[in-house]
Design a protein around this ligand. Structure first.
Ligand SMILES: [Ca+2]
Length: 275
């Protein structure tokens, strides 16, 4: 299928879907999925085009000391060690794995914050990347022509819950660092430890130069966030480069203790996915 007809079809499908979306929960997946990873194999990373397991990751099926309980078989455990910032970073690279970069995409993963998860400052979670190695992360602000990103965000844990959101480098950003956009709809972006959550995220690139880009998030199939005036780019060459699985404590403050999180059942799809 040529790119033009693909995108024409997607715009039509998206409009229909948005009408459904406004009223209710995400549909169950009948998976027009591009990609699925369930972390059942020790060699899971090969499906992501990687030659070795990303740092600080381990496939586990039992971790009773940290009150782990499986979602669906094995899961990937991510560690942010005491005294460090870095958890892990790996990505689904659209160009490398599909031959082109989308203008809009959904992805879903299951997330379980471990028993020892207790950040005193914020950090990064999985989300969307379009940095192209130029701008849009780590205090490298964007111009609208060089890069963008909307990773997930976590903030300091309060009252036993970790607030989550998007951390976005976009063309309207001020200063060196990205914007924190918490998922505040009906408190769904407040996550407890030792519980699996279904986290789904959607990005649609803006018309270059216009404030019509979209970011949405759902927790356990229900809306948690929507922003429809995002200006990710001013140039059409910036697209959704990556689904970026990043776990990072900070900013600059190192983790005060070991932190563990678990992920499972990643799906990337042109259609909404659901639980
Ligand atoms: Ca699994």
């Amino acid at each position: 299928m040529c790119p033009a007809s693909f995108y024409t079809m997607r715009i039509t499908g998206s409009a229909i879907f948005c009408a459904l979306m406004l009223s209710s929960t995400v549909r169950a997946a009948d998976t027009d999925g591009l990609f699925r990873c369930e972390f059942e194999s020790e060699r899971w990373f090969e499906d992501w085009g990687l030659r070795e397991a990303p740092r600080n990751t381990e496939v586990v099926d039992d971790d009773a000391a940290k009150q782990f309980s499986a979602h669906r078989g094995k899961a990937l455990r991510i560690k942010i060690a005491k005294g460090s910032n870095y958890g892990t970073s790996f990505a689904y690279q659209f160009k490398k794995l599909t031959g082109s970069e989308p203008e809009e995409i959904y992805f879903r993963y299951y997330l379980r914050l471990g028993d020892d998860w207790d950040p005193q400052t914020g950090g990064k979670l999985p989300g969307f990347g379009g940095t192209y190695g130029r701008a849009g992360w780590g205090g490298r602000p964007v111009s609208g022509a060089d890069g963008w990103s909307a990773r997930g965000l976590f903030l300091a844990r309060k009252g036993g819950k970790t607030p989550v959101g998007f951390y976005c480098y976009h063309a309207d950003m001020k200063g060196k660092y990205g914007s924190n956009w918490r998922w505040e709809i009906e408190g769904r972006g407040l996550l407890e430890n030792n519980r699996w959550y279904c986290i789904e995220q959607y990005a649609k690139m803006n018309t270059p130069g216009k404030n019509d880009g979209i970011l949405r998030a759902w927790v356990d199939g229900k809306p948690a966030f929507e922003k429809t005036d995002v200006r990710m780019r001013d140039k059409p060459g910036l697209k959704i480069e990556l689904i970026w699985f990043n776990f990072y404590h900070g900013g600059k403050s190192a983790a005060e203790r070991d932190h563990h999180a678990y992920i499972d059942d990643v799906v990337i799809s042109r259609e909404a996915i659901g639980k």
